[in-house]
Design a protein around this ligand. Structure first.
Ligand code: MN
Length: 230
């Protein structure tokens, strides 16, 4: 049997320091994983276990891109996040062995149509149209854990047009990377190619046409994208 039309391109991210591509399978995202961001969104950070939502794999956008401003929003927000790239799959992974499942880390943006998300929350509807829209996941190259280890602390920073908007520290995550992998793998099977966006620190805010976003995380790397001018 032949395909009716050409299969869509395989979404992939470059692996830093190599000429290899990391093929992306699924993108899972953690909600409210820094206490200061949970508070700015009106939630008590101390009493809620991690919860997850998804973006389509083809939402990734390479660092350096100019991105068309998304449709259907008047309130596009940036969320800078540490991205975990899964290299070894599994289910019901124990926290003590979870980091063995990590291939590497990237700098990502969980771009959010905040007005669509707020509407979904108000009407108790799914979040996809707030979170899983086209080109909603700009990402850097993946830095292999074999090069940088497993970052547990250090700055996570986002600037818009050169002005710092988000400045947090990985050490302030409510759920560690290992704990996040353990929780998620009790809800869905993880497989090589899965990405986990691990939540954003405080300071989320609006992005406008023409804005340039520059993110960096500790030893992981840097990311920059520009939204096309109106
Ligand atoms: Mn997020």
């Amino acid at each position: 049997m032949a395909y009716l039309f050409d299969p869509p391109p395989q979404p992939a991210l470059p692996v830093f320091g190599t000429d290899l591509l990391f093929p992306v399978r699924r993108i899972w995202c953690v909600g409210r994983n820094y206490a200061d961001h949970a508070r700015e969104m009106g939630h008590d950070p101390d009493r809620e276990p991690p919860f997850f939502f998804a973006k389509p794999a083809d939402a990734i956008v390479a660092s350096g891109s100019t991105i068309p401003f998304p449709m259907a929003t008047e309130d596009l927000h940036h969320e800078i996040e540490l991205v975990v790239a899964i290299g070894l799959g599994g289910v019901a992974i124990e926290p003590g062995s979870a980091l063995e499942h990590v291939f590497g880390y990237a700098v990502g943006l969980d771009m959010t149509r905040r007005d669509r998300q707020a509407e979904a929350k108000r009407l108790a509807r799914p979040w996809e149209m707030g979170k899983g829209f086209d080109r909603s996941a700009p990402m850097s190259a993946i830095a292999p854990a074999s090069r940088i280890g497993h970052p547990e602390r250090g700055p996570i920073v986002l600037a818009v047009n050169g002005e710092i908007r988000q400045a947090g520290d990985l050490a302030r995550q409510i759920w560690s990377v290992a704990e996040t992998i353990s929780h998620l793998s009790r809800l869905v099977e993880l497989a090589p190619g899965d990405l986990i966006m691990t939540g954003t620190p405080a300071g989320v805010g609006p992005v406008r046409p023409g804005d340039r976003l520059e993110g960096r995380i500790a030893t992981v790397g840097e990311l920059s994208v520009t939204y096309a001018a109106g």
